[in-house]
Each structure stands twice: as C-alpha cells, then as structure tokens.
Design a protein. Structure first.
Length: 724
C-alpha cells in the first residue's frame, strides 16, 4: 500500500516473557526487545470486567457508564504511555521522522492479552491498523473493477437481535440504484448457499455479516441463518476464492470477530473490519450505520473506521466500544473506497474507459471525417438522399409544408422548350438538333410584354455564333427595360471548358444588346457522365456570378458552400409551368426558359433525380416535364436554387465529425452508467428513437441538418464495446 511503517511483534523464541519488535519503513530497519507490559495487561483485565458488567444485562449490579468511560480513558492513556516509554525509542524516532506515514501492526504468536490491546486507538496522528499473520496473498488477484458495488449481505442467527434497520439501509441503497445487493437470510443462509455465493465469478466488492460470532479454537465461529455454524478455518478456502474474484472488504457486524477477520485477511481479502470482543447489539448496529454513512460520503475505509470510533466514544450506551473496533488488512491492501454515490461510481467508470471504446470511437469518427471531406462521394450522396426522403415523409406526417409566401415570393414561371411540341407552337418551322434555336428564344421574348415579365432567364449556353443571333440581339435592343440573363459553361459546370467559358459571349452583339452572362454552375463538381449529379451538398457557393444568384430577388445573393438543398420540400408549389399560348397574358416577376434537357436524342442538360428529388418535382403522379421521372431538366434545378436563395431556405449541416465524436462520448457515458447489456440496448434504442424525430424537427424548424447514421453507429459501438 505504498510507504508505511511496519511493526512486527513476536514472542521471544526462548520462551521468556519478553517481546521481540521489528521495525521497517522508509528504507530503515530496526529491532529491539521489550518486557511484557504486565501493568497494562492487568489494567486491560480490569477494564474488561467493568465493560462487561456495564453492558451485559446478566449482571445484577451493572457498572455505571462513568466508570467504564474512566477505565477506557485509563486504558488508552496506559497504552500510550507504554508506547512513549524509552524502550520504544526506535519507533518514536521513526514516527517523528516520518509524520505522514501510517503505522501497521503485525502480531505473531503473542498472547491473546497482547493481541487484544487497543492498538488502533494509539494517539499517533496517523492511521493505525493491523496486518494479518504471515502476509500471504491470494493467487491471481483481480483488481477492483469500476462498477456499481456488488454487496453480499449475510444475515446470520438473529436471536435477541433486531437487524431490520441495517438490512433496510442496504435495501434503500439498492432501490436507489447505487448497489447490486444479494441477501442470504434465514434458511437461505446455509453453508452451501454461502460457498456458492462466494464462488461467483462476477465477484463481490464487499461482504457484510450481521449476527452472532464467537471465538474458537479453529479461527472463530460464524453462526449462520439456518442455525448451523462454520469455523473460520473451514471458510478460509472460500474467502480465498472470493478474494481472487475481487472481494476486498469483509465487514463483521458481530461480536468477537478478530479471529475471523484475521483469517479472512490471511486468505487475501484486503480489509476486514470487526469488533475484537463482545459488544452490545445497539453499538454494533450504530457502528454499521456510521461506517456505511462515511463510505457513502466518499471516505476511505481507514478514515471511516476512525470516524466511527470517535462517534462510539462520544455516544451514550456505547461506553468503551470504541476500543474494540479493529481493522485487519493484507500486506498489499490498497486504500479502499466503496463508491455508493452514483456520481462517484460514474466518475470511476468513466476513468476506466476501455481501449476498445476509444478505438471504436476513433474508427467511426475517421469515417465521418472522410465523408465530411468528400461530401460528394457516392455513399454520402446516397445516404443524404435517403435522409431527405425520410425528411419529406416527416414533413407530411407533421403537416409542415415549408416556408409560406410573404407576398414577394411567388411561383416561378418556367417554359420548357420541347422540339416536338413547344418550339413548333412558337412558330419556329424547323427545330435544330445541336443547339437551342435562338429564333425560338427571340420569339419567346417578343410574345412577353416587358412590363408584365421584367426578368427573363435563358437557361441555355450561348458560347459561339449560331443562326438567329442577330434576330435575338434585335429583340433585346427593342426591350431595354427588361433584364435578360443567359448562361455559359465554366470549368465548374463543364470540365471540358477552358478557364474562360464566356469569351465569345462577352464580346458578342448579344452583350452589346443588353444580354447579361452568368455561370450555369450549380454549386457541385461537374460530372463526366451523360447525366449530371443533382446538387444535394454544395461544394461551391452560389453568388451573383451564378445564373441562379443573378436571377434571385436578393441584392447580394449568397447560398454558401457546404450547405444542403432542401429537396424534402414540395417544390411544385414554387413552379408554374407555362405554355407558348400563355406567354402574351403572363404576369410574373421572372420567367425561366430552358430545354427539356435533350437536343435530339442527346442529353445536354439533364440531372440524375434521386428518389427525393423525384418526389419533390412531381405534381400528383405526373412529372412536371414530359420525360423520364428519374431525370430533371437543368432549368428546374436552377429554379430550385433561385427559390432557395429567395426564401433563404437551405439546410446547414452540423459537422459530421464533431457529432460522431460527441455521440461516441455519449456511448462512453451510457456504458459507464449502465452495466447490463440489456439495459444498454434499451438505452441506445431510446436515444435513437428520440434523436431521429428531434433531428428531423430541427431540420424542418431550424434548418439544421443533424447527422444521424454515423453518430448513432459511434454511440452503439462505444456502448457495446465495453462489457465489464
């Protein structure tokens, strides 16, 4: 137990009445011989007679309490005077030199009159306790596990005793969830039941005995609840097994338990607390309650015993009992605390977080970091799409359709130029197959009065001279009050483009006629396939230089990078598909003109539509365009971006890495709070059941996207990777 001063006392080997004393501590050794303290022993015998006459109702003329207190004080003073005598000078020097070291006393082969002296009551300003006889230790001792204390309560023979108060105190601790308590009482407390309980591999942190015990030739006698008796020597092997499984404290709340305590310590139980002689049951019960109370407050065992000894000395009806409270320990005993408070138990278990939990949390967090650094990876995109689909269903269930119009926010009119239907309806005789007809664009602008539709967005690529450019420029010049925005492809929207994708448009007659150019990039990296990835998690911001930002009604538009487009909304509320016949009477702050995504049989502006996007861009069971429901024309994607900016509506994802680390820490806390696997399973299920609806509600009401999958996986991994 670290540094201490050990005092070993033996009977002189030649049979003489002298006592051999050996001192070790702080790197020093000493030995000397003492005469037996005959006067002290005689005083102790007188004190014992007074003590018994006062507390034993069998005596017709009881001794007064003041007399017992007086003799108790005399015995303590005589014990102290003996230690202060010149013969003890080696010990006195060692104690003066090392004032903070505890003193342990080992008594081997000495007379009972010496071993029964109140060694623990020496006034040395340091803890004093006894060591077991030969210092043998059990094999394969398990360390004390950070868990809710497991306590085995043994209620022995109860004749003449009322032990309900002591039992109820522990039952109250059990009901408060502070301990695991097993009680053997009455007929269930038999030798077989005791040995079976002590052999449990889960082990006990403390064994508490209430009842009767006696001295005996075979190490004392324990009176069991079924009326049988067990000698201390018969229990030695069972104590050793229990010590090997982690038992560190034996508390004997009974009479004359010093022999039993010494044998228990000899078997390897770190600490044994007992009364060395017979004591009143009231004093034993009081001491039991005070010891538990001190341990509840977080006191270590030695300090708790000292506090109890002081209270016994001051209490009425317990005169002299403080001299009989003894502590016996093993050589290797570590300071003992019984964490009866839930906070203390939690702190101990948190401090012993297993390496497997740390590895599990780190592994899942590393995956989260990789997902966060590459948000456009296929796995992340798939999971995000699934999440938004569930979000859409949650919106329907909760009745939240999304932001309401404030009067300025209106559905955006969209005209889809279909070579088979729309373009012929505009009077363009022969649709071209390799680009969008600029004559058709000019016809659209002619049919719409500028005062009714002041802004028009042409979601087409104007990057080279084409037939009809002059006609389109002429219409633009004739409508100077109208804002017309067309697009070009930058490296962000098409990796095949050079550093300047609008070089032709910037110097063309279209720009001179008033046409504004904007980047058609949608905030995600361009794909190399036939279909573009629909923007879910933006990698680049949408600003005034982008087509969607330029056409929004916000003066300084910004849809930041690392945001998520809320495809869980029913975007059909914010779209109005128009036909060529409606253009003349159309009144709208903005008209978007774009293609169906195909020119001829070749897809030029089509995005892959995951399940959520399909649901968000359908009206009833019919898509808003005459095409595959799994595809989305680029003009509709631009419309969603424009309305997102107008409404200030997008999802801000919380850091997946930090959320995963936090959830992993929560799993560590759950594993520290709960020990049984089934309780952990229930807790994890409840947390998941609460966190999912909460996360969906936060996304709807606060526009915060809380990651769920990896954090829940981290919590489960750290929770179930601890099984102590």
């Amino acid at each position: 137990m670290g540094d201490r001063i050990d005092l070993l006392m033996r009977q002189a080997p030649d049979g003489s009445p002298g006592l051999q004393v050996f001192l070790t501590g702080a790197g020093q050794q000493n030995a000397f011989v003492l005469p037996e303290p005959s006067q002290l022993i005689a005083l102790q015998q007188v004190w014992r007679q007074r003590f018994l006459k006062h507390h034993d109702p069998a005596f017709a003329w009881a001794e007064g309490a003041a007399v017992v207190r007086s003799y108790s004080d005399q015995l303590r003073q005589a014990m102290q005077q003996w230690i202060d005598a010149p013969a003890w000078q080696p010990l006195q020097k060692l104690l003066a030199q090392f004032t903070s070291l505890p003193l342990t006393v080992r008594l081997e082969g000495v007379a009972e009159t010496i071993s029964s002296l109140p060694w623990e009551t020496l006034s040395l300003q340091r803890p004093v306790w006894r060591l077991n006889g030969d210092g043998s230790e059990p094999i394969d001792r398990q360390p004390m596990r950070p868990r809710k204390p497991r306590i085995l309560l043994l209620v022995g023979a109860e004749q003449g005793l009322n032990l309900d108060g002591e039992v109820d105190r522990l039952l109250l601790q059990q009901r408060g969830g502070r301990i695991h308590l097993t009680i053997l009482r009455g007929q269930s407390f038999s030798p077989v039941a005791l040995r079976t309980a002590l052999a449990q591999r889960t082990g006990w942190d403390a064994v508490l005995f209430l009842g009767h015990s006696d001295t005996g030739a075979k190490g004392g006698v324990l009176h069991l609840g079924d009326g049988s008796q067990l000698d201390g020597e018969a229990l030695a092997a069972d104590w050793a097994v229990a010590a090997g499984h982690g038992l560190r404290l034996l508390l004997l709340n009974s009479c004359s338990g010093l022999q039993l305590a010494s044998l228990a310590a000899h078997a390897g139980i770190d600490w044994a607390v007992c009364f060395s002689e017979a004591v009143p049951s009231a004093a034993a019960g009081f001491a039991f309650g005070q010891l538990l109370g001190a341990l509840e407050e977080g006191s270590d065992l030695v300090r708790a015993v000292e506090q109890t000894r002081q209270l016994l000395a001051a209490g009425g009806g317990m005169e002299g009992c403080e001299l009989l409270l003894a502590v016996v320990a093993t050589n290797a005993a570590q300071p003992f605390r019984l964490p009866l408070r839930r906070r203390r138990q939690l702190l101990l278990r948190l401090a012993s977080t297993s390496r497997r939990q740390v590895i599990a949390a780190a592994a899942v967090s590393a995956v989260a970091l990789a997902m966060e650094l590459t948000p456009a990876n296929p796995i992340n995109s798939y999971l995000l799409d699934r999440r938004l689909e569930v979000q859409r269903l949650w919106r329907q269930w909760s009745g939240n359709a999304g932001p309401a119009s404030d009067g300025e926010d209106q559905p955006i009119a969209v005209l889809l130029l279909d070579p088979a239907t729309t373009i012929p309806a505009l009077g363009v005789p022969s649709p071209v197959k390799d680009h969008t007809s600029r004559i058709a664009l000019a016809e659209v602008l002619k049919r719409i009065p500028p005062t009714q539709v002041p802004v028009v967005g042409l979601d087409v690529v104007l990057d080279q001279p084409r037939p009809g450019t002059s006609e389109l420029a002429e219409v633009l010049r004739s409508q100077p009050s109208r804002k017309v925005v067309a697009g070009y492809l930058s490296p962000y929207s098409d990796p095949s483009q050079g550093p300047i994708g609008d070089s032709w448009l910037q110097g063309s007659i279209l720009q001179a006629a008033g046409l504004q150019a904007a980047d058609l990039a949608v905030g995600t990296a361009a794909g190399g396939g036939l279909l573009k990835p629909v923007p879910l998690h933006l990698q680049y911001p949408i600003t005034n230089s982008n087509f969607a930002g330029r056409l929004s009604r916000i003066p300084q538009p910004l849809l930041p990078a690392d945001r998520v487009i809320d495809w869980s909304l029913d975007w059909t509320r914010w779209i109005r598909i128009v036909s060529p016949d409606e253009l003349a009477a159309l009144r709208s702050p903005l008209l978007l003109v774009g293609t169906t995504g195909r020119l001829g049989d070749r897809p030029v502006d089509l995005f892959t539509a995951p399940a959520t996007v399909q649901g968000a861009l359908q009206r009833g069971d019919r898509p808003l365009w005459s095409g595959n429901a799994r595809e989305v024309p680029g003009v509709l994607v631009q419309m969603v971006l424009i309305q997102s900016i107008n409404l200030g509506h997008w999802l801000t994802p919380l850091s997946q890495t930090l959320c995963t680390l936090g959830a992993g820490a929560l799993g560590v806390l759950v594993a520290a709070l709960l020990e049984k696997r089934q309780h952990k399973l229930i807790a994890v299920a409840l947390i998941a059941a609460v966190s999912c609806p909460l996360a969906y509600s936060l996304a709807i009401w606060q526009l915060l996207l809380v990651p769920l999958l990896l954090p829940l996986a981290a919590m489960a991994a750290t929770t179930f990777s601890r099984n102590d």
